[in-house]
Design a protein around this ligand. Structure first.
Ligand SMILES: [Zn+2]
Length: 313
């Protein structure tokens, strides 16, 4: 009798306790996934293209081409999901389909640089030795711009993301600590972890009082700081010509500039009709500067996609 009493719930056996824990975990995971989808749909409704993210903040869907020697060359043309930020969509049915394929998603990413907002993320990282918020204020004072009131997302580590909008015809490259220590820029080809996302380190939340704001236009002075110069003569960058200068520009890149420089050079090459001619030389230069061939190919492929997609949206 005593044994039955225990079995039927008066004092659950450890086995049942564990079972309940597992059930609770499964429910929590399902709720997190449902919430992530709900947040993603509401962002999509505001015109922000989204993809599901896993708890590691990486795209939740893996490439259907993994194991293939040239996986970076497909940006979704195969029709399958799993192309990172290239999957991002504002279509509610498309968003639902992506999340249905990734039931383990706990958050969502918002693709930057895409119409209609052409979102630019200013990622203010918090590290013990760096106060990136103060760095941004110094930058604003030095370059005479005002940091506008705009949508601000608080990150689990105490950092913040400022959402700004860019002009449609401007390519803003992604960069890390190039503007100032601890300040990263999320531009074309990059994404921001959306508010309401849950990661292994905690939740991303809208800063109080910023949810109702539209993303503010990026101040012109800040935009010119984060945009690679478009006129080679007015800066010490490369001349285009036959593309030799572009290759040299990539070859001379220091650590931390390689990807930005390669992306910039590849965009200029494609814009000038030299993309296919120069792709191999740019890849070799990037590898010479320290990128892996895979990274180089992926960056060049992004540039090709970006420049060919111009005006199509
Ligand atoms: Zn593909």
């Amino acid at each position: 009798m005593k044994r039955f009493a225990t079995l039927y719930g008066i004092r659950p056996l450890p086995f049942f306790e564990h079972l309940n824990e597992y059930r609770a975990m499964a429910i929590t995971t399902r709720q997190t996934a449902t919430l992530a989808l709900a947040h993603a749909l509401s962002a999509a409704e505001r015109g922000l293209p989204v993809i599901p993210l896993s708890a590691t903040k990486l795209p939740a869907l893996r490439s259907p081409h993994r194991g293939n020697p040239d996986p970076a060359l497909c940006r979704g043309e195969c029709g399958l999901p799993g192309h990172g930020v290239h999957d991002a969509t504002t279509d509610p049915a498309g968003v639902r389909a992506l999340f249905a394929a990734a039931p383990w998603a706990t958050g969502y990413g918002i693709a930057c640089g895409r119409p209609p907002h052409h979102l630019i993320g200013i990622d203010l990282d918090i590290k013990t030795s760096i106060d990136s918020i103060a760095e941004l204020r110094h930058l604003a004072l030095r370059h005479l711009f005002t940091i506008p009131e705009t949508v601000t997302v608080l990150t689990p580590s105490g950092g913040r993301h400022l959402w700004l909008t860019g002009p449609p015809d401007t390519v803003v490259p992604n960069s890390a600590s190039r503007l100032a220590p601890g300040i990263d820029v999320r531009g074309t080809g990059g994404y921001l972890v959306g508010p309401g996302s849950v990661t292994a380190h905690g939740a991303y939340r809208l800063a109080p009082g910023t949810a109702h704001l539209p993303p503010a236009p990026c101040p012109r002075a800040l935009l010119s700081l984060i945009t690679p110069p478009a006129h080679p003569r007015s800066h010490p960058g490369p001349a285009h010509g036959d593309g030799h200068g572009l290759v040299q520009f990539v070859l001379a890149a220091q650590e931390g500039q390689r990807n930005t420089r390669l992306f910039w050079a590849a965009c200029r090459a494609y814009e000038n009709g030299l993309g296919d001619t120069l792709a191999a030389a740019l890849t070799a230069a990037a590898v010479g500067a320290g990128l892996t061939e895979r990274e180089a190919r992926a960056t060049i492929a992004s540039a090709a996609r970006l420049t060919s997609g111009r005006g199509v949206h």
